[in-house]
Write a protein that binds this ligand. Sequence first.
Ligand code: ATP
Ligand code: MG
Length: 183
Amino acid sequence: MKLSKIKLAGFKSFVDPTEVLMPSNLIGVVGPNGCGKSNIIDAVRWVMGETSAKMLRGASMTDVIFSGSASRKPVSLATVELIFDNSDGQIQGEYASYNEISVKRQVNRDSQSFYYLNGSKCRKKDIVDLFLGTGLGPRSYSIIEQGMISNIVESKPEDLRGYIEEAAGVSKYRERRRETERR
Ligand code: ATP
Ligand code: MG
């Protein structure tokens, strides 16, 4: 599975609809300070269900919505859509037969979030479940930030086990067991 496209509109500095294409396995994003490079990573994290504003470098959840600039008025909605190439069939279950999977999130000024899977409205849980065990997710090791390597090296054995379980694809079943036990 591979992230092939990121579509943003009204998200942080990306006020106009923007498409970021990922045509190969190695992409470099370059640009001056403050041009929006890190905002792209925030967008990816956000779609996959991140609910902590701090993790997205903001104070509140609506801080991801374009707040205006000297020449542009603020907007009322932020939308980000990730397009995944699933031709290797890594995504299993209901969506296994789709070669392309679209995951979208929108938020409005009332802090209401809406999630979509291949265009149909869904719950946040559906998106979290889709990625469980694939190594993707808002806080998974698929996004390696500054300081994260030393965090992993210095982490407690139980946290380290979490990383290994996610890489091995076991975490999906652990989460299902936890849900069953809660019922
Ligand atoms: P650096 O090289 O310093 O890491 P960067 O390219 O990673 O810079 P970002 O942190 O992605 O830059 O972008 C910061 C810019 O995004 C700032 O100019 C900030 O004003 C703008 N920005 C962030 N949130 C919003 C928002 N809600 N509305 C409008 N602009 C925003
Ligand atoms: Mg940055």
